[in-house]
Design a binder for this molecule. Structure first.
Ligand SMILES: [Zn+2]
Length: 155
């Protein structure tokens, strides 16, 4: 299996997913907090979006009290955790491109959270999908652990 080639094949798909996630302004907002969205509506929307992607792709998905969630694959007692988060800090001013547009320019995607942590999250998520699609049997479970309050309180 040439993984580098496989990665390039799904480059557009990955960028599309990252754009979708970046377009959700998942900033802590206590004013919209409810039991269903303890850190506000947008961090919850980002969590729901990613969990739905996992569900659609046939992974085991779990929502943990609307604060976090996970997408899991594989079999076995041992567990490899991949820790990520889908909340972002406020955008602030002085952006060349809209902070929630996910503009691609000169081989880079610009947006709030593109590096911390939405880009790495989508990269890990696609890596899991690639392993699953390749049909590689796993003797461990792999769990993408998705937080929604990393930037504010780590609750
Ligand atoms: Zn972070």
């Amino acid at each position: 299996m040439n993984w580098s080639e496989k990665v390039l094949e799904r480059e557009e798909l990955l960028i599309d997913d990252l754009k979708q996630l970046v377009s959700i302004p998942s900033i802590l907002d206590e004013s919209t907090a409810t039991e269903e969205a303890p850190f506000g509506t947008e961090p919850k929307r980002a969590l729901d979006w990613l969990l739905e992607e996992g569900r659609k792709a046939g992974f085991t998905v779990k929502n943990i009290d609307n604060m976090a969630g996970h997408i899991e694959m594989g079999e076995g007692d041992e567990l490899l955790g991949i820790l990520c988060h889908v909340d972002v800090v406020p955008a602030g001013g002085n952006w060349k491109f809209g902070p929630f547009d996910g503009t691609v320019k000169d081989g880079k995607l610009f947006g709030r959270g593109a590096i911390d942590d939405k880009g790495p999250t989508i990269a890990a998520w696609h890596a899991m999908k690639m392993v699953k699609e390749a049909g590689i049997p796993l003797n461990k479970r792999v769990r993408l652990i998705i937080g929604t309050d990393e930037e504010s309180g780590f609750r």
